[in-house]
Ligand binder design. Structure first.
Ligand code: IMP
Length: 220
């Protein structure tokens, strides 16, 4: 089964390909289908932005299209950077600088609660026009300093609940077992196939809310 991932982020593409390993699914990136334009993320929520990205690519293909909108929500910053995670500090700012900016902001606030959560909304549009949203949450805390070189984005400053290491210090498989994206993708795979385990190894990483969900949002 061919699925187009509506993202120009090569790190996400790599994660998705790893996450669907073992399933009869092959994921193509936008480069593979020659889709070069950037879609403006004008929504107010992860769900809205994921749907906007999926719909833009759906207009040029009849294959299954999926789009992920994700980000880091820090409680002490009222949920920021949230949907602005990729643009935190301005467009074109690298991951290291974003992490420094985040750590500086929290440092200036003094002894604050450093709890945070990664959110992932996965919008999927099927060939018959059906649209569904899958989501995953990974709770944790913001570290005092960046650690680790694996992963991407805010991984070096995020310590998942129940862990001492940042996501960037964990092996790829360890991250996928607990990550927001891993949970959303497993919820999606469960909707497509029956023989899968939705929460691969979430027992050690309890969340205070359902860590993944699915909803149908219409079609057309
Ligand atoms: P978007 O979904 O492409 O708008 O951007 C999501 C942004 O959130 C990324 O550019 C990263 O900065 C951050 N992000 C999303 N998922 C992860 C993750 O798994 N690890 C680290 N950072 C992430």
């Amino acid at each position: 089964m061919k699925i187009i991932l509506a993202s120009h982020n090569s790190s996400k593409l790599t994660e998705f390909r790893t996450l669907v390993k073992g399933y009869p699914v092959s994921i193509l990136g936008l480069q593979d289908i020659g889709f070069e334009q950037k879609t403006e993320e004008t929504g107010d929520t992860f769900d809205e932005n994921a749907l906007i990205k999926a719909k833009a690519v759906r207009s040029v293909t009849n294959d299954i299209v999926m789009a992920d909108d994700s980000g880091l929500c820090v409680d002490a910053l009222d949920g920021a950077p949230g949907i602005m995670s990729a643009r935190f500090g301005g467009l074109g700012i690298g991951d290291d600088d974003k992490n420094t900016r985040l750590l500086d902001l929290l440092e200036k606030m003094g002894d604050v609660d450093r709890t945070a959560a990664f959110h992932c909304s996965l919008a999927v549009i099927f060939p018959d026009g059906r649209q569904e949203l899958f989501s995953g949450v990974c709770r944790g805390t913001i570290a005092k300093e960046p650690k680790g070189t694996n992963g991407f984005g805010y991984d070096p400053v995020f310590i998942p609940a129940g862990e001492r290491r940042t996501l960037a210090e964990m092996k790829e498989g360890e991250k996928h077992a607990i990550s927001h994206r891993g949970k959303a993708v497993r919820a999606f795979l469960c909707a497509l196939f029956t023989d899968c385990v939705p929460e691969a190894s979430s027992q050690t990483f309890e969340c205070s809310e359902p860590s993944h969900s699915r909803k149908e949002v219409g079609g057309g």
